[in-house]
Structures are given as C-alpha cells and as structure tokens.
Write a protein that binds this ligand. Sequence first.
Ligand code: ADP
Ligand code: ZN
Ligand code: ZN
Length: 740
Amino acid sequence: MSEPLQHYAKVAMPLPLYTYFDYALNAEQSQQVVIGGRVLVPFGKRKVLGIVVELSNDSTLESTKIKNVLECLDQVALFDATLLKLAQWLAQFYIAPVGEVFATMLPSALNKGASATPAAIYYLTSKQAFSSEDKQRAAQLLARSKQQLNLYERVSEHDLRLSQLKSEFSNTVIKGLQEKNLIELVEKPEPTGQWQQQIVLGSKQRPNPEQSIAIASINQASQFTVFLIEGVTGSGKTEVYLQVIEEKLLLGKQVLLLVPEIGLTPQTVKRFQRRFGDVVAVWHSGLTDAERLKVWQKAKHNQLGIVIGTRSAVFMPFADLGMIIVDEEHDESFKQQDGLRYHARDVAAYRAKQYDISLVLGSASPALETLHNALNKKYRHLQLLQRAGGAAMPVMKLMDLTGLPLQSGIAPAMLVRIEQTLKKGEQVLIFVNRRGYAPALICTECGHVETCNDCDTPFTVHVTTNNLQCHRCGQNKAYNAHSFKPKCSVCSSQSVTTQGVGTEQIQTFLTEQFPSYSCVRIDSDSTRGKRKLNTLFDEINQQKHQLLVGTQIVAKGHHFENVTLALILNVDSYLFSSDFKAPEKLAQLVTQFSGRAGRANKPGEVWLQSYQVSNPLLQDLVNNGYSHFARTLLQERIAAHLPPVSWQACLRVEHIDQKTALAFLVFANSLFSQFKHLRYFGPFPAGVEKKQTRYRYLSVAQADTNQYLNKALEQVRNSLHKHSLSAKVRWAIDIMPADF
Ligand code: ADP
Ligand code: ZN
Ligand code: ZN
C-alpha cells in the first residue's frame, strides 16, 4: 500500500514570527510538495513565499480556518534535512524568529521567487556526423566565409559551449551557420561533479616543519574536529589552507573558505585560482542577486569545488562538503549586526559538526573565545611561530607623547623616522582611526561644537568634499575653510577651529612636509567601490606612492613588502573604552596592522604613539606580542568571570524618546531578576547612543552556561512581546554581542 497523501503543510513565513503556519494542500499539490521547498501562500491580504518544514495528515486548526497553498515552487528541497535542522538551531540559539532565519539563509533571488534549478547551458552542435564528404560540402558552402568554416569545423569535432565561443566568433558568424542549417543550439543541464576533472593543480610551496605538522594533523582528522591555526602574519597559514584543501578536492569533496569582507581581494582569489584552476567560486556583497544565485546553485548541485565567501556564505548548501575554513577568524565582520545576529564562526562550527568534518580557524590574533577553547583542548591547537619565506617579524615600539609638540598628531621624532625611511626608498604606513580632516569643529570663543542634532555627535570636517559630515547618519552641510570664514552657529564668532586629526589632515600635512613623495589616503572615502581599493593596492605595490595613510582598511589582508615603517597615531582611545573587549580589539588591530609591514631582508618597525606608555596592557603587547598578551587578558577575563568563561546576551532598545527606551529596559531587567542564576547590568547607553533621532540603550544579561542563558532569554523574550511598549520601541536580542 502506498503512503497516505499528506494534506497539510507547516510553513515558515519570512516574517518576524516564532511559529509555523498550517496550509492545506490539494491532491495535486500533495504530490508536488517537498519538505524544505518553497510554497506561495496567502497571508492576510498578501501572497507570501514560505518554506515547508513539515507535512502532516491533520492540523490542530479547524479545517475551515485553514487556507490553501497557492503554488508549490520547487521540485527539489532548498533546505535538506541538515539545513532544516541548522535553521531550527539558529532560531533557538539566537532566540530569533524562525521565519526570518529561513529568509536569512537564502540568497535574495530565491526569496523573491527565482528558480533554484541551475540554468541549462547552451551548446552548439553540428547537424550531421562529420564525414569527409560533409567536410567538402561545407567547404564549398562556406567558401566565402573563413570564420564560418572555422567555427563549423570546431563544432563538428565536439559540442562546444556557446559562452566560450562568443569570445572568438561574432554573433553574425554563429547566426549565419545556424541559418545554413549546419549547426544548432541545444540546451543541456550542467553535469554535476565534473569540477573534479577540471582541477588544475598549480605548484605548491614546500612546507616548513611547522606547516608540515599543521597539514598532517588536519589531513589525518577523519571526523568532526576544530583546529586553531595560531600563526603570526605571513607564517604561511594560507599555504596550509591551500594544501589541506587540495587533499579534500582530490577526494571529490567541496570546501568552504570564509574570509572577512575586506580580505576578499582579487589577489586572494587569484592565488586560489592559480592553484586549483576554474573550480573556485566567490561570494560577497558586491555580487548581483543573479550572480549569487548562480554560486548557490552550483554549490548545491556539485558544480564547483571551492566557495570563497564572506559571512553569509556560511549558509551555502553543498552537495558534498568536506571541510570549512575560517580565515582571520577573530574578524568582527563575521558577526551580523542586524536581523539574525549570527556569528559565522559559530554557525560554521555547528555545520562542521553536522557533517562530521573539520573546521579550521586561522588567525595571527585569535579571538579570546577561540584561544580559550584551544587552550582547553576542545580545539586542536596548531602554532606557526615563524614567518614563512624568511621574512623577519616587525619590531614594535612605543612612542611617549607626553609633553611633545605634535604636528597633525605626529611626534617630532616620528617625522624624522619618516624622512629617513623615505630617503632609503621604502614606504611608510600610517594608521589613524578617523576619516575626514578632523573629528570636530569647535568655537574658541564659546566652546560650541558643531553637532548633528539627530545623533548628538560632532560633525566631522571634510575638506576634500568641503562639508561637515555626520558619520552616524550621513547628514552633511557645506563648510569651506578657504573660501569663507566659517562662523560659530551659536555666537557667530569667526574663531572656529578643527580639533583632532583624520586621514585627510595627515595626507595634507605629509604632502606639504614631503613634497617630492606621493602620499595616498586609504579609507572608505577614497576607495568607494572594491575595484578602486584594489587599484590602489596595485599602485602601492608598484611603488607609485610612498606615504600611505589609512583607516581600519589597511589593517586587513594586504601585505606591503616595501613598508618598513608603520605608525599608529593614537592607541589610547582603545584603553579607556567601557567595552571589556576593547583591549582585545586593540591588540588584534595592532597585530594585524603590524603584519602589513616588513620583508625578507629588512624587518619592519611599528610605532605606537601613546600618552599611556606605562599601561601594563600596552607594555605586554609591545614586549611580548599578541600570543602572550592574549593569554594574560584571558586570565583577567576568567578572574572577572567574563566571556569566554561566561555567556552574555544583550537586549538593545531604540526609541525617539529616551524615557520610553529606558522604561522598556527597566521592565526587561525586572524579568531578568526573576532568574536566580542570571546576572544583569544596565540600562547603559549603547556605544552609539543616538542615531538618526533615535536613542539607543542596552542591558546585558550573563550566565555561566549558554543553556541557562538561552532558556532564560527565551522566556524573557516571550514576556517582552506581551508588554505594551513592545510594538512601540525597536528592540533586539543579541547573543554574544561583538560590541556594546
Ligand atoms: P599567511 O596566510 O599566514 O599570512 P601566507 O601563506 O600568505 O601567510 O605566506 C606568506 C608568504 O610566505 C607568501 O609570500 C607565501 O608564498 C610564502 N610562503 C608560505 N609558505 C612558504 C613555504 N613553505 N616556503 C616558502 N615560502 C612560503
Ligand atoms: Zn561660539
Ligand atoms: Zn547624524
């Protein structure tokens, strides 16, 4: 007997809802429907695409209340059983609406209803078998068109992809042959698993002993294992990835490599393509919806070997996943800051466990939670202590700013070092955490600071665009220091002056100081668009610029071989933050930044300017390096019972009215207080206290185990939803927040 047909589908809607909805299926739909596929259903007055999570014979709802499914879209599940389980885990772990989870996991083209089946490929095929007679006949027929004859001969040998021929033959030539009825266009699905024959293995480096140990350990793992490769910058971590990836590819297994947004440069991608040929696909926010859909389809249908992608690539469906690697695993871009606030590293760990495969985490400055797991032996700890290829590690030094006359934030001794470096034909890299000319405009008569009222934050002065800009909301107003004397908007005095330094000011200053050298700015203003950043990097490597001034962008991913002097203008702002993660972030920044400098024969020098040179944390970092510093910091966290030895969640609330936002948090705190083993703190102002007229506050809840925290927060969430303010304020739960 055949199985009884199932008449109801439980559907996850792409809405902030915590439950599934029952819909009825007619007889035909009952046969079409797949679990994990999309259905079009009526929801209120709208039609919505939902995901079928379950099928059943009955529903707890009255049958008259159940609406019918309008259409089944997929023949193949978008979410197989493993991905369905992942979605449910995400909803549980992040206390998130399950409907939103499904939508977050899919590329937007699929959320909008695009077909999930890979597009067929067009081939040109010859109409007849190719005998010598045919050849003669064709030669006569095509006597006047060499191109057409050439194409005909090629296609006659074997079918060829239209897309490949398009670069060699014009449309007229192809059309002409089709009209003569000699060739025709056919559609075929792309074969699956064929990438394995397309792998072209490039030559590899001979691993040094540390790399050999890492490679062998990773290759030996035959079940779920997490590895931490703690390797100094330039120690050859990428080379290790390449070699362990090769091992998996040769077994026919696919590999996912997650990289920070900014780390996904063409240089990185080219390195992988040179090594493995055409089996590498890239996934990032710069792709169009259609391009992303294509990668998604290819991964699912086993038409590619490697996906190199940013955060959301962690949801990619794979036909046969063999390993996940997270490069620069400490990077904050792996944490999503809105909607489903997931951390791609945590999701990667869950997936690796699901598939019983290895997860490789790599960094020169591992996150403390990762280091903690490695030191606890939960993760396998691999260390690369030497730079591969013989380059020396840069030397770190502190520059005491006390009592020094600074010029655009730079100490006199540093200017001398800069000049010496330039004269040797080497490059100088300067880091400052502010873009623009200066972070504030102040009146020396009345003390008024020009401020964005919507965000209660000082306007940043920009001279290249001649305006004042609010870096929180983007609002701006005209300002020109040269053409007219700006007036204070309160007392109308003309003695207004800029305060602090940003990238523009340093660039202006250094250009004046060293006119015979080119000074370039590397920040989000000067590098809009990915291509521009890469052009800039190329120019720097071609030595077109000698002075490089940049923000966070320069701290990531790119090694500048001829930089032998690197300077961080002001590290102190990180030392006085209320965020307990600030020292960790500072150390990661400094470590990554230092990693940009130095080459084989000349070690780089990295200078940190500070008014706090005796600060023990700074001393530890500079004298003993990240690895030692991180272990010290970890001990402090353990002593203070902070993550990673405890679990935190943050409740974020936003509202135009300060009191309303606070009132909601006071209520939340009263809920937290009902849990005996939950500690809570707050309300605090968020790091960005006001943005676009909305005040932002938060409370932090902390527990010893994730299980306890999770249970408590789920209950808190349910109670919060019942509160009258719940629909008024904007609020979100953020599990293990990256910042506060
Ligand atoms: P990381 O990813 O740790 O920054 P890379 O893998 O990019 O390090 O290696 C840094 C440099 O050292 C690269 O130029 C790379 O080609 C080179 N390199 C890596 N491994 C070796 C090796 N075993 N022998 C020689 N050079 C190596
Ligand atoms: Zn004034
Ligand atoms: Zn603003």
